[in-house]
Design a protein around this ligand. Sequence first.
Ligand SMILES: C/C=C(\C)C(=O)SCCNC(=O)CCNC(=O)[C@H](O)C(C)(C)COP(=O)(O)OP(=O)(O)OC[C@H]1O[C@@H](n2cnc3c(N)ncnc32)[C@H](O)[C@@H]1OP(=O)(O)O
Length: 715
Amino acid sequence: MAQYTRISGSVGLITLKNPPVNALSAVVRQGIVDSVERALGEPEVKCLVICGQSGKFCGGADIREFGKKMTGPPLIPVFHAIEAAAKPVVAAIEGIALGGGLELALGCHYRIAHSKAKLGLPEVTLGLLPAAAGSQRLPRLIGVPAALDLITTGRHVTAAEALQLGIVDQVTDHNTVDAAVKFALSVAGQSLDARRISTFPCPRLSNLDAVFEAAMQKVRQAARGAIAPVACVQAVRAAATLPYAQGLEREKELMATLFTSGQARALQYSFFAQRAVGRWSMPSGARWDTSKPKPIRKAAVIGLGTMGRGITVGLAQAGLSVVAVETQEKQLMEAKQAVSGMLERGAKKRGVSPPLGNISYSSNIKTVGDVDLVIEAVFEDMALKKEVFQQLSAVCRPGTFLCTNTSGLDIDDLASQTPNPELVVGMHFFAPAHVMKLLEVVYGPRSSPQAVATAMQLGKVIGKVSVAVGNCQGFVGNRMLSPYLSQANFLLEEGATPEFVDQVLEEFGFAMGAFRMSDLSGLDVGWRVRKAAGLVVPGKPARMRQGCRYSPLGDLLCEQGRFGQKTGSGWYQYDKPGSRVAKPDPWLHSFLEEYRARHGLVARRIDHQEVLERCLYSLINEGFRILEEGIAAGPEDIDVIYVLGYSWPRHRGGPMFYADMVGLTRVLERLEFYHQAHPDVPSLQPCNLLRKLVASGTPPIHRWREVIKKVHSQL
Ligand SMILES: C/C=C(\C)C(=O)SCCNC(=O)CCNC(=O)[C@H](O)C(C)(C)COP(=O)(O)OP(=O)(O)OC[C@H]1O[C@@H](n2cnc3c(N)ncnc32)[C@H](O)[C@@H]1OP(=O)(O)O
């Protein structure tokens, strides 16, 4: 609702009330209309202030209402009524003014913000554009280049930046409503002619075409197929070239295309999925709301390689005390220098001082005796990790949580090295660990709910989106990646090139195709895993292992020392070791030809559809298996992992959402087709859960959990 009160006798105060972020629901919109009408009708009222309850101005349109039948007044006429008011209306912005919230403020005659407020037009991140006249008012207020930046990126700006850009008129450190009331009284009675943004001409640009061409090129490059950023540029162009009313029409047309697009649905699903994963549950019945985390004040990181350094930076930046341990003195010194550099660069960006004092460095593992939680981040080798866990068990005080940063090793096996396996969980960070938002929190059969809750909470504290998953080879992300990569390799055997496979996957929206990504991660990583699994048999490049099809191509490259970017060659060639520019490699092409000839394989023409379906559907099929086994609690968990950790295009929601969009019947049919053609590839055999979902009438994704529950209860 929107509550109307009178303060100081002559100020009408409208307070938006719709927890948690005072979103502009139908009731709130109606409340604003009624309150404005009332205030304008009361002769004693000289001016109005609009604020939000609980220190939050407004988080924008109520996303929960999207896709439902529209009720209540639309936003544009509400904002026009405010702008047209004959009494000054001042927005008192505390906390947030985002999307429709900022558009509401732009409809007001003045804007006063608290110094800690954040403002922005993040609609693009939901697959939309600021279609409550934001795309038309903001460029008129702050000019085209700045408006393009804000609208196409959706980035939030601080109050200070908003003041500098001219979005707000005043910033206060004190009570914002009091400041707005005072301000409103000071301007009451003055002409409002120069305060109605819709009447402003858009500031002229001499190089208008060049500015828009550059903006379009930039968004097309960054958007990886997303349509909303492109529509945002078109809407701002309308503001710059058309009168306001016509610009609004264009905004409306563009919005109509976006609003019903699959991309908007995917992005809004993704928004809620990222929040839903915080409400985790385990097959044992343990849940986020019944498991209390222990506060972590002091943590230790063991092993200061690339991952350990990133984790140390993340912890220190979040204000924790960190003991950073590296047993080799030389590596310890190098790590200290690298970590300090990372902290200094990060602090410079944020305009704060680097938290160098939060970290103590040591080459002695005994120094971790008084920490609350340890994150072991030594080399990915089970024997080494087991040794570290045994040492930790001896030196840590009772109750210390022992976490391992592993990308796929058995958490339970590690936990068995300690007298308190309930305190052990996996924390799978993604590189670079201080940048990437994703954290897989892996619970073993003996991990306590409190250990999981603590790791999840710690993830939140350090700014990660944490997803709780069960223990299995590769956990969720890497386990699903395995059939995807296998298909990519099989396609090479059958006639494709790495460039073609990557091109198809990049056109789909991945930041990098399977082969460029493998070259970046290092081909030796997978080689080591395959060796440990007994799949690499020297001198036996046969294409079958344990009765299933196997491609030894990756192993053969590694045997040649081709580990990817770091060695200057892998699936591609690079100018020099460490270079990032991948070039097609004639050597690789002849190697593939020779390989095919040696194995009696005849190269055939492989099309775009086959690459996409075989790579993606085998990955999705594994996702269904993971749901069936209870390794992930729901499709949202998998989708968040893929969007945040594996560069799955956000505007496609994630693999499970994508399966829902394509249609489960179609996914099932195509998997059956490919499995028939490749009966020796088990990952192409549709899993039971997929069949059950199709048999139960292909329910939409938000109802899959009901079917999953039934499958689990029958186990
Ligand atoms: C046309 C389109 C127009 C005019 C629009 O306005 S589109 C909406 C534009 N607004 C946004 O995109 C803002 C989205 N929200 C956020 O970015 C963040 O939620 C936040 C910065 C506002 C707050 O962040 P934080 O403090 O971390 O909290 P959460 O993100 O966890 O959110 C708390 C709960 O609020 C729900 N929420 C947030 N925004 C909205 C909204 N606009 N409508 C409905 N509900 C919203 C969010 O889902 C969380 O609830 P739960 O999911 O946990 O139940």
